[in-house]
Design a binder for this molecule. Sequence first.
Ligand SMILES: Cc1cc2nc3c(=O)[nH]c(=O)nc-3n(C[C@H](O)[C@H](O)[C@H](O)COP(=O)(O)OP(=O)(O)OC[C@H]3O[C@@H](n4cnc5c(N)ncnc54)[C@H](O)[C@@H]3O)c2cc1C
Length: 319
Amino acid sequence: VGGDVLVLAEHVDGRVDDSTYELIGKARELAAALDGRVEVAIFGASGPAPSMGGADVVLSVQHASLANYTAEAYERTLLSVVRQREPRLVLLANSTVGLDLGAALSVGWVAPLAAYVVGIALEGAAVVATSQIMGGKVLAEVVLEGDRAVCTVVGGSFPADDGRADGSPPVEEVAPPDLSDLRTAFVALAKSEAGDVDITAADLLVSVGRGIGSEDNIELVQELADALGAPLSASRPVTDSGWLPKSRQVGKSGLKVKPKAYLAFGISGAPEHLEGMRGAELIVACNSDPEAPIFEVAHYGTTKDLFDLVPALTEKLSG
Ligand SMILES: Cc1cc2nc3c(=O)[nH]c(=O)nc-3n(C[C@H](O)[C@H](O)[C@H](O)COP(=O)(O)OP(=O)(O)OC[C@H]3O[C@@H](n4cnc5c(N)ncnc54)[C@H](O)[C@@H]3O)c2cc1C
């Protein structure tokens, strides 16, 4: 059995997702320990991204039915590629795409699957995955028995920079399996309506949680955000209450953000929230409860009352 680690690249509109680089970085570490290679499979794109230098080989599969994601075509193609290559481990993002494909691959390839993975280690020859269960409230260590395994990895678990490298690894064209009898076809990509700010594109986010108390108080943090030139994002209770639009929600059922800095005011740091922002380079938290779990991920924190701190910061910035 070889020690290769195969990563499936995810891309939309020709842009490779950050999660792919996170996986490539981790795959490099694991493949080195397993004496194997990092193989990155990319379906339907015209070629590998210029920053895929971290891969030892790019496996490119081209077919009209792979240009856009459909579960049926991608499942069949991934299984075909994996059967040809027989890697030790397949890494997918724990995204809607990865969750679809991981389960199907596990069944088709007859390999154990760990989903919601936030850590992967090797113990001897065994792959040991750390998985979030109960919505992230409990972490389980799972030993994946046998000589093949599949993991779907939660975004932000590993640094993307480790996997992003210039250079052009050799590209192998791999023939697609028979896709002539597909029962599903891609029709159109429905994007949510533009108009609101894109919090995923911001370098700096001011984020507000239930600690703000009421809709009337949102203005207070909005003023700070304006003074910093940053958009306002929020935890779910704030968007559920309609105090800010849903497009501002960070977390499991909201958006995944990776700003250079994330300032959290009155956010407790529930696992579902952390899932969306733990990849931020710098996290600063203001929460009056010193036991709040947000402080476990924050680089800097204060237990000051946000109603004292926020206006003082705004004044300082505007003054
Ligand atoms: C399936 C599922 C999906 C979910 N998806 C998401 C998601 O996408 N995003 C998300 O955010 N949540 C999500 N949640 C909800 C999540 O579990 C938490 O309930 C939510 O994140 C809590 O939001 P919060 O931190 O704003 O509120 P709370 O947990 O109520 O925390 C408010 C915090 O404010 C602090 N505070 C109060 N007053 C002040 C003050 N004056 N100054 C400073 N601090 C103060 C308190 O100490 C407290 O820690 C999801 C839950 C489930 C089950």
